[in-house]
Design a protein. Structure first.
Length: 642
């Protein structure tokens, strides 16, 4: 790890603003912290178009020393044009190579969208792709038709839509993991929720730090101030999409052989009180999960059939991939794993019901090898059937399921010091004061290259600890997770996640001391506020995976929207989703595969658009070296069937 001359570890530095300069042979990037107290210099060689040559100056400079350094560099390069300013930026997204030179991806504009424990969270507003070699070094292929097509393809992954990051808070991890984990930024980039892991791999390996790059999370982030009983609190809703087995609706279904499922999303709801700056703050977090049914199944994209048949593969008789998926969930969240399956139970023409029965068989098969304590809790509830019945209050029933799940998993609650850094441990009370029934989590932030190590499980009594004249509530920890799915994990799933969020919000606000009961009524104004959060999240995730806003019939009816208007809106969204899936998803999938490094172009090998759509797992048969969905070199000596 690089360090400065005065011994400051580069890993402890947090730089937030950068200026890029160029000479004929080098790029110089200057980075500084928020308070302009220290400055660092990164040097990027421009002389070799095929190699990534990056060096970090080990010195920590002052602003004046930086100005003097730039002056000397300019004078030393006057014969070839001197030193020129290129752009101001806010972090490196990564480096990418197609058929020609390397390109550097930069964030050139950002906007703050929230803050957690005093740590700002930003969205990307503008990016720029800069070729590393200068014009005299660039080879002819840099302007070739295929090279330009790859560049255009990568740019269709719009980083200004639904990508977010933080310099000082590990936004790829839940609050609970941030408080307990001591993993470095290097390891955290390899977690499943950092979408530019592949793009940053080269610079991270060169420098052994993450000072110059930002870790981009893809999904949804919304924060707002709400109030209840005259007291203000901040509500934050975060959805993190997995980069593993990622893609579009019909091109990514079910599970792959590593146990990764399509549309795997971690949803976190964070609540904290609005207190003056500098004071300790009570904060609470609850996490839930959504993901495709973990079986080998698919649907053919069809321009003729708006509802193509579901094809169930029989190749995994022992449900090994399904087992791997749930083992991964246990590593991430601990036990129990509660599965809420919302698909149809009976149909005139069997579609969803085929998966329902097979999913039940898989859970029964897996549970035979598990202890009673660790068995998967499987709940079937046909939301479509119940939502058609006027006698059934769907949200009320889902709220009861949510309350049951919360009694099993609990949620995270604690008091934190101002501006708590994610690599510092909170000062928890001694072990005898941990809340009854709450356990230390089995998992830390997931590292896909190493097994997650566990904290010792403790089960200890105690109702509080006196701190001077003030009674401090004991911390609570979530252990286990509710995993919800329908067919697409978009529409019905989002309604269930709202019901869970509302049940959790009541308990979170009660624990913080804002309300006397643990329940928020469905007719309360706060329930409507929360519905707005989940409705917007549902629309955002549905656009990303399905190509249209979510079907929000239950939400619309809850608000008393005119039935004919709701039906018209739902029909339009069905058509929009159908058009996107049939005509646009193939290119979107290609762009995702290039961005995530699942396909890496090579000279003399077939181009991505010359292969069948989404066949990057079998591209090795053409002699290409690609990266699999865990970021390792794929082994193509064995036949792969996905």
């Amino acid at each position: 790890m690089a360090s400065s001359e005065n011994g400051t570890s580069s890993q402890s530095l947090c730089m937030q603003k950068f200026r890029l300069y160029e000479t004929r042979s080098m790029f110089y990037m200057l980075g500084r912290d928020k308070d302009r107290t220290y400055w660092r210099v990164l040097k990027i060689d421009r002389s070799d178009p095929s190699e990534l040559n990056i060096r970090e100056d080990s010195t920590t400079y002052t602003e004046g020393q930086c100005s003097e350094l730039l002056r000397r560099i300019h004078e030393g390069n006057l014969s070839t044009g001197g030193l020129k300013f290129v752009t101001t930026c806010y972090g490196i997204v990564g480096f990418v190579k197609f058929l020609g030179p390397y390109y550097m991806l930069l964030i050139t504009k950002r906007r703050q969208i929230g803050a957690i424990c005093g740590h700002s969270v930003y969205a990307v507003s503008k990016t720029e792709m800069i070729p590393l070699p200068n014009s005299s070094v660039q080879c002819s292929i840099a302007d070739s038709r295929d090279e330009n097509r790859y560049k255009k393809l990568l740019c269709t992954v719009d980083l200004t839509r639904d990508f977010f990051f933080s310099y000082s808070y590990h936004v790829m991890c839940s609050l609970q993991k941030n408080l307990y984990d001591t993993q470095t930024g290097l390891v955290l980039y390899e977690t499943m929720f950092v979408w530019n892991e592949f793009l940053t791999r080269g610079i991270r390996n060169h420098l052994q730090n993450t000072m110059w790059t930002v870790a981009l999370v893809y999904g949804f982030f919304k924060q707002d101030m709400l109030s209840i009983s005259g007291r203000d609190f901040k509500l934050t809703l975060i959805a993190r999409r997995s980069r593993h087995y990622a893609g579009t609706r019909y091109l990514k279904r079910g599970v792959n052989e590593k146990g990764r499922v399509a549309n795997d999303v971690e949803t976190e709801q964070i609540v904290f009180e609005d207190v003056p700056e500098g004071f300790p703050v009570q904060i609470s977090s609850v996490v839930q999960n959504r993901g495709s049914i973990p079986l080998f199944w698919s649907q053919e994209t069809s321009r003729l059939n708006i509802k193509p048949d579901i094809i169930l593969s029989k190749k995994d008789q022992n449900y090994e991939a399904t087992r791997l998926h749930f083992e991964n969930l246990v590593k991430r969240y601990g036990n129990p794993i509660i599965i809420l399956n919302l698909i149809k139970t009976q149909e005139k023409k069997p579609r969803e019901s085929i998966l329902r029965q097979e999913f039940a068989n898989a859970i029964d098969f897996i549970n035979k090898d598990l202890s009673e304590e660790n068995r998967l809790r499987f709940l079937h509830w046909d939301l479509h059937k119940h939502s058609r019945s006027k006698a059934t209050n769907v949200l009320l029933l889902l709220g009861k399921v949510a309350a049951y799940a919360l009694t099993l998993t609990g949620f995270c609650y604690c008091r934190v010091t101002p501006a708590l850094r994610p690599d510092e441990c909170v000062n928890w009370p001694s072990s005898e004061n941990v809340d009854n029934g709450n356990f230390f989590p089995q998992n830390h932030c997931e590292n896909d290259n190493e097994d997650s190590h566990s904290l010792e499980r403790n089960h200890i009594g105690g109702n509080g600890v006196a701190n001077g004249n003030h009674s401090i509530k004991t911390p609570k920890l979530q252990r286990g997770v509710l995993r919800t799915n329908c067919i697409d994990c978009l529409d019905r799933t989002n309604v269930a996640q709202y019901a869970y969020g509302l049940a959790a919000l009541g308990q979170q606000l009660h624990t913080i001391g804002f309300i006397d009961t643990q329940k928020i009524d469905l007719d309360a104004p706060l329930a409507d506020d929360l519905m707005g959060f989940y409705e917007r999240m549902g629309d955002t995730l549905a656009h990303q995976y399905g190509g249209s806003a979510a079907h929000n019939k239950i939400f619309s009816e809850r608000r008393g929207q005119w039935k004919a208007a709701t039906q018209s809106q739902e029909f339009f969204r069905t058509l929009q989703r159908y058009y996107s899936n049939a005509y646009m998803d193939a290119e979107k999938q290609d762009a995702i595969n290039v961005f995530l490094g699942h396909f890496q172009p090579q000279q003399g090998k077939p181009a991505l658009w010359e292969l069948d759509s989404d066949q990057h797992y079998s591209m090795g048969r053409n002699g290409q070296t690609n990266i699999d969905d865990d970021g390792r070199l794929a082994d193509y000596t064995k036949p792969l069937t996905f």
